[in-house]
Design a protein around this ligand. Structure first.
Ligand code: FE2
Ligand code: ZN
Length: 382
């Protein structure tokens, strides 16, 4: 849609330029917004950090003197100093902020799923290295579904590092750069044991928790256990809002304290379990009953907070919400730790899964650049 619409006509007054689009949409573009977004050589681009125009040098009452609309461009001469700005129709359309239908068309696709999801977004490692469409799919699938399965990474111990270097920046924590999930004689954390682990987000005790989690299966359990399970936390939030709107509302508001004590650090976060953006859409979920510590909310909210959390965990643990996959040697599972809860069944014997994390912003930023480079937008499954 953003690619094809052209400008049919434009009118203006001191407050704004009003554009009629060829597909029937219209946009009101305010004078301050337009003037601020002039990207001529004198003003300099916003996007590369080399902006020369100072926001406070624009007069409060900035207004167009003349406006010339062509199908593919809009030219504005400004009344105060005669400065000339030319905008492409494509740029205006991509950034138009009203009405809602146009704003929504800029949003990345999110597909919310439950246990009925049969088609897992999947990529092949050798194709990721040679084909930008496959590479885009890896990044955009995690933005859309919260996860992607990668096949063909092999079983070398440094395979996960090669993968991480291709897709983002490794994040180092007290676990180190890499963590080997194996059965340990002296377990430090629950993952060191072979027992089942319920759906959770990792490291909820951090304000900036694990970003993109990567599990690389080097050796699956010979008994067929250790099955990976994923739950869409957006779906958990959606169900909670349907079943118990007050509980949902409470969990978007009250702090839930998580804490992790390690040798020289006491890491604590105090964020709501469900974080919303400015439009009320769920953007981050933190659910992990193992890292929760003493909750501190107002006295008159404690009972409701516990009830709401228990309802949320009940939904998250429902078998109907989860998908399951038994990773084979050479498989890697990548997921957004703030979108998807992960779990695994218990296992026996000698299993080896290597874990690391890459930072979230850079991982998603590569997906956006690859969408632009390939000209592919929309669902990776389309
Ligand atoms: Fe975990
Ligand atoms: Zn300019």
């Amino acid at each position: 849609m953003a690619d094809t619409a052209t400008i049919t006509s434009a009118s203006f007054d001191t407050a704004a330029v009003r554009i009629q689009w060829s597909d029937g949409h219209h946009s009101t573009l305010h004078s301050m917004w337009l003037r601020d977004n002039c990207a001529c050589a004198d003003c300099g681009p916003h996007a590369t950090g080399s902006r020369l125009q100072r926001l406070l040098d624009i007069p409060d009452d900035v207004a167009p003197a003349t406006v010339v609309a062509e199908p593919d461009t809009l030219a504005v001469t400004w009344g105060d100093d005669g400065h000339q700005s030319v905008y492409t129709a494509h740029w205006l359309r991509t950034n138009a902020y009203s009405p809602t239908a146009l704003r929504d068309s800029h949003k990345p696709v999110k597909t919310v799923w439950d246990g009925t999801l049969t088609q897992w977004p999947t990529v092949e490692w050798d194709k990721v290295l040679t084909d930008d469409t496959e590479r885009r799919k890896l990044h955009v699938a995690v933005a859309e579904f919260g996860f992607v399965l990668l096949r063909g990474l092999g079983t070398d111990h440094d395979g996960i590092e090669k993968l991480a270097d291709e897709i983002g920046y490794l994040r180092e924590t007290h676990y180190g750069k890499f963590f080997d999930l194996i059965t340990r004689a002296e377990p430090q954390i629950l993952a060191d044991l072979a027992g089942p682990i319920l759906p959770h987000t990792d490291e909820a005790y951090r304000r900036v928790p694990t970003g993109i989690n990567i599990f690389h299966c080097i050796k699956p359990s010979p008994c067929g256990g250790g099955v990976s399970q994923l739950v869409d936390a957006y779906n958990v939030a959606r169900i909670l809002r349907e079943r118990d709107p007050e509980a949902y509302e409470l969990l978007t508001r009250v702090p839930v304290q998580h804490q992790r004590r390690i040798e020289d650090q006491v890491i604590t976060s105090d964020l709501p379990a469900i974080l919303l953006d400015h439009e009320g859409e769920v953007v981050e979920v933190r659910l992990n009953e193992r890292t929760m510590t003493a909750i501190r909310v107002d006295e008159d909210l404690m009972e409701e907070t516990y009830a709401a959390l228990r309802t949320a965990f009940r939904i998250a643990y429902e078998p109907a919400q989860r998908i399951e996959y038994t990773m084979a040697a050479g498989d890697a599972l990548l997921f957004d730790n703030l979108r998807v809860l992960h779990a695994r069944t218990g296992y026996n014997g000698d299993r080896h899964v290597r874990q690391c994390q890459v930072m979230r912003d850079e991982f998603f930023a590569k997906g956006v650049a690859l969408s632009e480079k390939t000209g592919l937008f929309g669902s990776v499954q389309a």
